[in-house]
Design a protein around this ligand. Structure first.
Ligand SMILES: [Zn+2]
Length: 313
């Protein structure tokens, strides 16, 4: 909650604090939500993580739905007001939410509880944003070990915002870390089904560098790290040559990027006399919707490795 809101609600708040003896300024005053901690998270991955770690004590609003591209996402006036009224705002950072940087800076200035996943990551584990080593690739969720760090950051942040819930958040974290470990093992086992030379992943944009580093895939994206920059015809032609040379069986569309760029790449490969399949759709910068069977982070990363390995086998 920002200072202005605090000012407006000041009288009401101090009155209710007197009544119920509540000493924590971070408890949500929204009576319709049973005093649950109200979290606003930017991406679908972070909404899922906040729900898992927050459990029964929180309500979570996600700003971006399934299939939404966070690089291009512009916050609406409604989003900004949702964030200003939230108890906690969770965002990725590393310029993933490329059009929202100023909003987060302003939120911090207003004293809102803000959890930035970037701040809990070991910088030595971060990859460069293309050739610029001073900026980092934001797609950290594809290395499950980095998502473990993100889960810890959320648990720490929630414990600070709501100290009474600390033991619950820590228990949820411990249980989730076990599931993340199992998922990491699942991905490794599936990747091992492919001979090393077949572990080449070609996708619409450069979202899978962390995945490639963690699980032993060579990774090529048609567009750069952000979908902000369009692929040129030279990019398409270079990548088509690479696919023909390496006799790559399949390339992949992404759920948060229009399929036309990958279709153009497939056509360019065909023009060179080689057939490459479109191996399916990967969830890149958003989770699947509820009907997709990939509506959570754990289901999404499993669906991705299944799609990749089945198509490249
Ligand atoms: Zn991306």
């Amino acid at each position: 909650m920002n200072h202005k809101m605090k000012g407006i609600l000041g009288a009401v708040l101090s009155f209710s604090i007197l009544l119920v003896g509540c000493s924590s300024p971070t408890v949500n005053t929204n009576s319709t939500e049973d005093n649950k901690l109200n979290i606003v998270a930017t991406t679908t991955m972070l909404a899922d993580l906040s729900t898992v770690i927050g459990g029964e004590r929180v309500t979570v609003d996600g700003l971006m739905g399934p299939g939404i591209d966070p690089h291009l996402y512009q916050a609406s006036a409604g989003d900004v007001s949702l964030m200003q009224q939230a108890d906690v705002v969770v965002y990725n950072g590393l310029h993933l939410e490329g059009k929202m940087g100023e909003i987060f800076e302003n939120l911090s200035g207003q004293g809102a509880a803000v959890i930035c996943i970037e701040e809990g990551l070991d910088e030595s584990k971060l990859l460069a944003w293309e050739d610029d080593s001073s900026v980092h690739d934001p797609h950290i969720w594809f290395d499950v070990s980095l998502w473990e760090a993100a889960a810890k950051t959320v648990a720490d942040g929630l414990s600070q915002a709501d100290p009474d819930g600390k033991s619950g958040y820590e228990a949820n974290l411990d249980a989730y870390l076990k599931e993340l470990e199992e998922t990491d093992t699942y991905i490794r086992n599936r990747a091992a089904e492919l001979p090393e030379k077949q572990r080449v992943l070609v996708t619409a944009h450069d979202a899978f560098q962390y995945f490639g580093k963690a699980y032993g895939f060579e990774v090529r994206g048609l567009q750069g790290i952000s979908t902000d920059a369009e692929a040129g015809t030279a990019d398409v032609s270079d990548l088509a040559n690479f696919i023909v040379e390496r006799q790559i069986k399949a390339i992949f569309v992404e759920s948060s990027v229009p399929p036309k760029t990958i279709e153009a790449l497939q056509a360019a490969v065909k023009a060179k006399g080689f057939d490459v399949a479109i191996g399916g759709e990967l969830y890149s910068d958003s989770l699947g919707d509820e009907d997709s069977g990939a509506g959570t982070y754990l289901l999404t990363v499993k669906a991705n490795i299944d799609t990749i390995v089945d198509a490249l086998k």
